[in-house]
Design a protein around this ligand. Structure first.
Ligand code: AMP
Ligand code: ZN
Length: 336
């Protein structure tokens, strides 16, 4: 768990942010005692005003990037974690037409069961529609298996699987927009990783809203890109959302986590660094990268889903797995 995440709990559950003179801080908006400090905004809020602050950030993201309209059908990808469940909660509160979508990826037995359980309980409590796909039951393999057999990094296999199955579900289900819970920390860490390696084509694609560029590629949006991980945790706790706190068991040593740690160190010394880095990129640098990813999409010759090559990466990974699973050819001796 992130150090920032641990810190939020005492603040929410009774500890109080301190004001400038050392006394209890007051809510920036209503002057009631503050419960949550948002250092990057140089502000502290009471619980109600904090929820309002987070919702305003999400509304701003939706409006500024024309993410979706009231009439759109949204497929909200939920992992069972704080970010995506908080986002689904907010979008429902705002009156959008949402359906949750969860993939049981099997990156660990207990982790898979608990993640699914969190999503199902959340949906049930709100009478919301949730679609669940189980990789093992539906496809006959797990992320762990593909990573092991193909000697691939589990997080990249997992990312590929999620991108493929979420788009497929949205496209086949006739949804207008695919929504994910990527937050400010996720986006800043991805940008740092891409900039460190100067992966210009990835940098160009790292926008809060990606339009559909093929009939089978659904528009993708990230309405939480203005909200930090610490803030989605606080939002979930205040709203009474139960979420899976554990990290995925395969994530240990993940480079993205290292970039998050590095950014958190900078953020502690100088609050606002993460948002300056990400928002600065979006405002000033993103236009310079636009067009450095001139891909032409065609349909995969195996599954018909959009891809840049002949066979999509998902079908290639599955093929590799099938080849490994095939029993060795047996030679029977034939008498002369
Ligand atoms: P992650 O890749 O775990 O950082 O998650 C990024 C976003 O992908 C989450 O906020 C969710 O919107 C989505 N997501 C992650 N895991 C799942 C899952 N098992 N099923 C559906 N969506 C997911
Ligand atoms: Zn394919």
């Amino acid at each position: 768990m992130d150090a920032d995440e641990v810190e939020i709990r005492p603040v929410i559950s009774g500890g109080q942010p301190r004001g400038k003179g050392g006394g209890p801080a007051k809510c920036k908006r209503c002057r009631e005692p503050a419960k949550v400090e948002v250092a990057r905004a140089n502000a502290a809020f009471c619980a109600d005003c904090f929820l309002r602050y987070v919702r305003n950030q999400v509304t701003k993201a939706i409006d500024e990037h024309s993410m979706f309209a009231e009439a759109d059908r949204l497929l909200v990808c939920v992992s069972g974690g704080k970010d995506s469940l908080a986002l689904w909660d907010m979008l429902m509160e705002m009156g959008y037409d949402t359906t949750g979508f969860h993939i049981v990826l099997w990156t660990g037995e207990e982790y898979a069961a608990e993640s699914r359980d969190m999503c199902e309980r959340f949906a049930q409590a709100r009478g919301a529609k949730l679609v669940v796909r189980d990789l093992k039951a539906d496809e006959g393999f797990t992320v762990e298996q593909i990573a092991r057999e193909g000697r691939r990094v589990p997080c990249s296999v997992c990312g590929l699987t999620k991108r493929y199955l979420t788009n497929l579900a949205a496209s086949q289900g006739g949804y207008d927009v695919l929504v994910t819970g990527h937050n400010l920390d996720d986006e800043a860490a991805t940008l740092l990783g891409n900039a460190l390696h100067w992966q210009t084509e990835y940098i160009a694609r790292q926008m809060p809203a990606l339009p559909s560029t093929h009939a089978k590629l659904v528009k993708k949006v990230k309405p939480l890109y203005r909200v930090s991980e610490r803030e989605t945790a606080a939002y979930s706790i205040i709203r009474g959302i139960d979420y899976i706190v554990e990290e995925c068991p395969l994530v240990a040593g993940n480079t993205q986590l290292r970039y998050k740690d590095a950014l958190n160190s900078l953020e502690r010394l100088s609050p606002g660094t993460k948002q300056q880095f990400l928002f600065g990129y979006l405002d000033k640098a993103a236009p310079l990268f636009a067009g450095s990813d001139p891909v032409t999409l065609r349909e995969c010759n195996e599954c018909g889903q959009p891809t840049t090559g002949e066979t999509c990466a998902y079908c290639r990974a599955k093929k590799q797995l099938r080849a490994k699973a095939r029993p060795p050819v047996e030679f029977t001796e034939v008498a002369p």
